[in-house]
Design a binder for this molecule. Structure first.
Ligand SMILES: C[S@@+](CC[C@H](N)C(=O)[O-])C[C@H]1O[C@@H](n2cnc3c(N)ncnc32)[C@H](O)[C@@H]1O
Length: 294
């Protein structure tokens, strides 16, 4: 879509979607049509499905100019979620930008497991370690606003995003945010806790070059990488969680699909019982869990 090859009257929703899809394909973008639709639907303040009822709608000059900017950003590798400024996760919409990891569908496995524990064991005090956008804490809080959830992060800027999301979802009474390393940010008067959940950084440094450029070049490094084998943070988190949990309390954390065996060993060595690794929707190891003995 150049500025002068076509006048704006000749661009319709369908025509621009087709053009953008072809362009994104050439740029090697994985889901070219979906991305073209997400960026356009947001710009036109429509749901994606509404684009289909508006294929013949003409695009005006301002819309074309704004869409062109979005196409350029996406073609340069920036993820759609950062361009539109939000991502759906669980049943909620979260504001996101480059200060936080974009919440992933995989992490819904962690939420599902945590909800099972909440429903079975009725924990009162919950901690979400490495909250980022607040995704996990807000998903749990939206289902159980009566919980007391402390959400921590080592990155102040990420906590600013989480704070805004907590406010937007009206969960200020449910979720408190605290800055610090792992569980250091949890006040003594909040301990011991009954449930700790975490989606920590777990990508191995050795995998850096294999990551999609959208992830590697745009998402926060400290949210992704954890040492040579990706387990540096988990190795510190597990014993710290053991010391912070009440007897009978549970720890649940997300892992990479090749880290199941290592996670089991780390949990067992730290003294956890009922150690289990749970698969995600794609049947790959995704969440490790253990219980501090009663
Ligand atoms: C993989 S992201 C997860 C973000 C969010 N919970 C989610 O699931 O979308 C990991 C988060 O942990 C934070 N983090 C990394 N190291 C940490 C540490 N030592 N203590 C606390 N938070 C940490 C990062 O800043 C980042 O926000």
């Amino acid at each position: 879509m150049t500025d002068n090859t076509e006048d704006s009257e000749s661009w319709t929703v369908l025509k621009i979607l087709r053009w953008t899809t072809g362009y994104f394909e050439k740029q090697g973008i994985d889901s070219p049509r979906v991305d073209a639709e997400v960026l356009l639907a947001d710009l036109l303040e429509m749901e994606r499905i509404e684009l289909y009822a508006n294929f013949n709608r003409p695009m005006v000059d301002d819309e074309l100019a704004a869409y062109r900017k979005r196409i350029k950003r996406r073609a340069a590798g920036e993820p759609c979620a950062y361009i539109v400024g939000y991502r759906e996760f669980w049943s909620i919409t979260l504001q996101v930008d480059q200060r936080v990891l974009i919440p992933r569908p995989d992490t819904e496995t962690l939420v599902r497991e945590a909800l099972d524990i909440i429903e079975e064991h009725a924990p009162q005090a919950v901690v979400d370690v490495g909250t980022g956008s607040g995704a996990v804490a807000i998903a749990l809080g939206s289902e159980h606003p009566d919980l007391q959830i402390a959400a921590t992060d080592a990155d102040e800027e990420a906590l600013d995003v989480a704070r805004q999301n907590v406010e937007t979802h009206g969960l200020d009474e449910t979720i408190s945010l605290a800055h610090g390393d792992l569980l250091d940010a949890v006040d003594d008067d909040q301990k011991p806790v009954d449930l700790i959940v975490s989606n920590p950084p777990y990508v191995a440094e050795t995998e850096r070059d294999d990551l999609q450029p959208d992830v590697r070049d745009f998402e926060p490094t400290d949210a992704l990488f954890a040492g040579e084998d990706g387990l540096d943070v988990i190795r510190r988190l597990v014993p710290a969680a053991f010391d912070t949990l009440a007897p009978g309390g549970w720890l649940l954390f997300e892992i990479g699909y090749r880290q199941g065996d290592a996670a089991r060993d780390i949990l067992t060595d730290a003294g956890f019982q009922h150690v289990e690794v749970i698969p995600d929707y794609g049947d790959r190891d995704r969440v490790a869990k253990g219980r501090r003995p009663l």
